[in-house]
Design a protein around this ligand. Structure first.
Ligand code: ATP
Length: 331
């Protein structure tokens, strides 16, 4: 059954405060009564509590805490970001899937989401812990019409989008960004972002921006337990993953459309810096050409980290091969 019809019917009953009649759904989506009935049965089997009343129709009473393509698409409020969702229960890496789908010609804004990853990726070949049912693992396919040297800034736009969603939804939590690509809660890592690109020297074929968010994990494996946290650990309760995904798509779409006008992050410096944990702090720049220390002042219009060196001069750090740490630890 086409996921979009399922998502359409789910959206219709989700958004209505009254019963929605079967006939209305048939007319609206051009499908038969049997097709509508089959969708409703399928949704009920998936855990949606849908009341069916003769001569009145269907009403959604509650929905399960599971991710699926139809659940996500029925809740998206965007024009292009995440309006098409490719959902997989388990995959090696959503970035790899998104790259494959992009090669196959998938649209700008298509979103790959998985409930679990078996080989989740971090930057520079590192891994990302991706247990089933607890996190958000998603990759957005973008087909920008700008030059490849702008693409790294998309990571910063995504970081701000995630930070905005988390701080809007959970106002008591202290949300920060660790330059360039980590979102933190209470100074621990809750989200990582990995942007990958296929391009010619002056032309982008596609960009894939992958996002991993720790949502409902209760613990982390040794090795990352001291730097990682989840929303549940900080908030004390489980939260709805779909709501976060939908929010991130909304913010990212809004920011991306602004970014395209200037092709730099000048419109975002203020908001990015307001989340920047490194701002005003001593940092160690792990540059493969040589490590050095200084005080981070914020980002510039290119998204580089401005670091004031002990001799008073300034170094602008581009993300690429570089990591930034606090002097005494992760931040
Ligand atoms: P750097 O600042 O050096 O680039 P990073 O923190 O940005 O580091 P990423 O590539 O974003 O690194 O993420 C990969 C690293 O994150 C892993 O090496 C591991 O230490 C840590 N990690 C892996 N899975 C998780 C997770 N689910 N939550 C938090 N941290 C994780």
């Amino acid at each position: 059954m086409a996921v979009s019809i399922k998502a359409d019917i789910l959206r219709a009953i989700r958004e209505s405060t009254d019963y929605v009649s079967g006939q209305e759904l048939c007319d609206r989506y051009g499908v038969s009564r049997t097709a509508v009935w089959k969708v409703i049965k399928q949704l009920q089997a998936e855990g949606y509590d849908i009341e069916a009343v003769n001569n009145r129709g269907y009403m959604l009473l509650s929905y399960p805490d599971t991710l699926s393509g139809s659940e996500l698409m029925s809740r998206m409020k965007t024009k292009w970001a995440g309006t098409k969702v490719y959902f997989r229960k388990e995959t090696e890496s959503t970035n790899e899937d998104a790259k494959y789908l992009a090669e196959e010609g998938m649209d700008h804004g298509s979103l790959v989401v998985a409930d679990a990853q078996t080989a989740g990726k971090g930057r520079r070949g590192r891994g990302w812990e991706s247990p089933a049912g607890e996190g958000i693992f998603m990759s957005l396919i973008l087909r920008p019409d700008f030059s490849p040297n702008r693409a790294s800034m998309l990571t910063l736009l995504m970081a701000v989008s995630v930070a905005e969603v988390l701080s809007n939804l959970y106002q008591d939590l202290k949300v920060n960004i660790k330059w360039p690509n980590d979102v933190l809660i209470n100074e621990k890592k809750v989200c990582g972002i990995l942007t990958e690109m296929s391009a010619e020297p002056d032309f982008i074929h596609h960009v894939v921006t992958g996002v991993g968010i720790n949502v409902n994990q209760s613990s982390f494996p040794e090795g990352i337990a001291d730097i990682a946290t989840s929303i549940k650990l900080e908030l004390g309760e489980r939260v709805d993953r779909a709501q976060i995904i939908v929010g991130v798509m909304e913010f990212f779409e809004y920011y991306f459309d602004i970014f395209r006008q200037r092709l730099d992050v000048s419109d975002f410096v203020h908001i990015y810096d307001s989340y920047l944990i490194n701002r005003g702090r001593e940092v160690r720049v792990l540059d493969p050409k040589g490590e050095y220390e200084g005080k981070a002042e914020g980002i510039n219009d290119k998204g580089e980290l401005i670091v004031r060196l002990p001799d008073g001069s300034v170094s602008c750090v581009a993300s690429g091969e570089v990591s930034v740490r606090g002097i005494y630890g992760y931040v």
